[in-house]
Design a protein. Structure first.
Length: 205
């Protein structure tokens, strides 16, 4: 016999339904164009129930950013934890990105749409989170022998280039025609190789 659902479980289920509804709708046409009533209808709850979970649409949007960024962080963590014996770290990283985009398409659509097309708190939060993500990556990059003497500023610049390249690749994968994944991932590998080719020759002014 299944135990009856508790009040907290019901509350969390409703909150999850609102987030899933908003994410699904936003990934199709952008968060700014959504209404509270549209989201609650999609979630199967009355509009007044929204305010038991979120103070405003902005708070809902920021929560979606935080969830989507956790998805992106998981992907990058998986890429950077590739065993040292890997024949090609760049190739492994691009493969990880491709697989992750396919299994979390709504999160990636949300991030790439709102990064430039969003407004207010949502776009601002994405910018802050991407800077934090690049900062984490910069710390990892400093562990490579050829990067240990780089300044913090230069490490952050390199990390920003890598994160931007990966987001651009994610968008290409989302918009790709059937059968184009191999072509896109090969191009992504070339872009990352080009970035890293400059590493031994870089000198800050």
């Amino acid at each position: 016999m299944t135990a009856p659902e508790t009040r907290n479980e019901r509350k969390e289920r409703t909150r999850r339904a609102l987030l899933d509804a908003a994410l699904g709708l936003a990934s199709e046409r952008g968060f700014a164009g959504l209404s509270l009533r549209e989201i609650t209808k999609q979630a199967g709850v009355v509009p007044t129930a929204f305010y038991r979970h979120f103070e405003s649409m902005d708070e809902l949007g920021v929560t979606l950013v935080e969830e989507s960024m956790r998805t992106l962080r998981t992907m990058i963590r998986g890429a950077r934890n590739t065993p040292d014996g890997s024949a090609d770290l760049i190739r492994a990283s691009v493969r990880t990105l491709s697989e992750h985009v396919r299994s979390h398409e709504e999160h990636y659509w949300f991030l790439v749409r709102e990064r430039y097309g969003g407004t207010g708190a949502v776009r601002q939060t994405i910018g802050v989170e991407l800077k934090l993500l690049a900062g984490e990556l910069a710390v990892d990059l400093a562990r490579f022998d050829r990067l240990r003497d780089w300044s913090t500023e230069d490490l952050h610049m390199l990390a920003d280039l890598i994160v931007s390249a990966m987001l651009a690749t994610a968008l290409e994968l989302l918009e790709a025609r059937p059968g184009a994944t191999a072509e896109i991932t090969a191009e992504a590998e070339r872009k990352l190789r080009l970035i890293f080719l400059g590493v031994p020759h870089w000198r800050s002014r």
